[in-house]
Design a protein around this ligand. Structure first.
Ligand code: ASC
Length: 152
């Protein structure tokens, strides 16, 4: 337990310093970074989604591993939304910058739900995983509806 707590703290410290120190030479680097982080997160969330919807056999260990990655990644994309990154290869809406506190609150709600999701995954209970995965998907969608230009 103690060792787990220390390891968790070390991970948080590392990720916090990583995201705080994420520096981008050019706006397009930041855009690439945030897309990459979101893509990796979606891939690992999708592996659990497949289990939650019975498209893949349930494996508690694999679920926990993927949820840990989702939780780690949930903190990273936001450093890539700095000033000047509203133009380019992006479907990010201007509201991200014109309603910055609201966008930040959405990030925080999302990260909190990612943590709850990881806890559920660690419990190994597929019904808890399903419930928290549904909520997490809801926070993804909530942000996309407000802040992402739909693809046609
Ligand atoms: C995912 C994923 C998203 C969200 C979104 C939820 O698994 O890749 O972008 O969930 O589809 O509505």
């Amino acid at each position: 337990m103690k060792r787990f707590a220390l390891a968790a703290l070390a991970t948080v410290a590392t990720l916090t310093s990583l995201s705080a120190s994420a520096q981008f030479a050019k706006p397009e680097d930041a855009i690439k970074y945030r897309k990459a982080a979101l893509t990796v997160m979606a891939a690992h969330f999708g592996r659990i989604g497949a289990m939650a919807s019975d498209k893949a056999p349930f494996d508690a260990k694999i679920a926990a591993e993927n949820a840990a990655i989702v939780e780690d990644m949930s903190k990273l994309p936001w450093a890539g939304f700095g000033a000047g990154t509203d133009k380019g290869e992006t479907r990010a809406k201007p509201e991200i910058w014109t309603q910055a506190p609201r966008f930040k609150a959405a990030q925080d709600a999302f990260a909190a739900q990612a943590a709850a999701f990881q806890q559920a995954a660690n419990s190994g209970n597929i019904n808890a995983i399903r419930a928290e995965a549904r909520k997490l998907g809801g926070t993804c969608k909530g942000c996309h509806d407000l802040y992402k230009v739909p693809s046609n």
